[in-house]
Design a protein around this ligand. Structure first.
Ligand SMILES: O=C(O)[C@@H](CO)OP(=O)(O)O
Length: 246
């Protein structure tokens, strides 16, 4: 049996607009981000890909995106699961820094190593930082696992168990699943789904607010690469993400 999986990065956030490293900082959508999310839901409705269950991160921008998209698709009523395991990659001490200034200060090689290498995390974020999540009640239950920085490899390691134990059973049970998450948590999931190498994943960028659809078999293997419902806009959006900081 084939099962439908929709991946959706949140719409433009306040910190995407300001060009700041975001990670686990809980910023909201901009006006543009809200319309991207609503349009994503309209695309789902037009294509007849209607979600039966939603999995989101615990960050507000992904939750807002899901709500707006499901509202346009008239599917606000579907069951919802939330997990920190779908959160954006924790950006460590880069959280809150301007991308262009960081590029200028540290140079292209270091900047890209932090942004897109598979296994080099940025320096850890101090618990006393104003951008730390140390006192955030939503992470109270995961103290041993709450990161202070993460590379993409760390995200794969915390996300794949959630994919296997929580998302895949919904899919193989016959539900069309919508996952609303983030640029780097979705890069981790796409890497796992499509078997992309540690080196090649550096070149993959996920645009904001663009539904990416997979047909997945009962073992979780997709029939082919993901298909954006609006490929042209998705390519332009991905190029804009790749160019951030420049
Ligand atoms: O700042 C972030 O958390 C991410 C996604 O917005 O940025 P980048 O694309 O640079 O990894």
């Amino acid at each position: 049996m084939t099962n439908m999986l929709i991946l959706l990065r949140h719409g433009q956030s306040e910190w995407n607009e300001k060009n700041l490293f975001t990670g686990w900082v809980d910023v909201r959508l901009t006006e543009r981000g809200r319309s991207e999310a609503a349009r994503a839901g309209a695309l789902l409705a037009e294509s007849g890909v209607l979600p039966d269950v939603l999995h989101t991160s615990v960050l507000s921008r992904a939750i807002q995106t899901a709500h707006l998209a499901l509202d346009s698709a008239d599917r606000l009523w579907i069951p919802v699961r939330r997990s920190w395991r779908l959160n954006e990659r924790h950006y460590g001490a880069l959280q809150g820094l301007d991308k262009a200034e960081t590029l200028q200060q540290y140079g292209e090689a270091q900047f890209m190593e932090w942004r897109r290498s598979f296994d080099t995390p940025p320096p850890a974020l101090d618990d006393a930082s104003e951008w730390s999540q140390a006192a955030d009640p939503r992470y109270a239950g995961i103290d041993g696992e709450r990161p202070r920085t993460e590379c993409l490899k760390d995200v794969v390691e915390r996300l794949v168990p959630y994919w296997e134990q929580e998302i895949l059973p919904d899919l193989t049970g016959g539900s069309t699943v919508l996952v609303t998450a983030h640029g780097n948590s979705l890069r981790a999931l796409v890497k796992h789904l499509e078997g992309i190498s540690d080196a090649d994943i550096a070149g993959l960028n996920i645009p904001t607010g663009m539904p990416l659809v997979y047909e997945v078999d009962d073992r979780g293997t997709p029939s082919g690469p993901g298909r954006y419902l609006d490929p042209e806009a998705a390519a332009a959006g991905a190029a804009a993400v790749a160019a951030q900081g420049r």
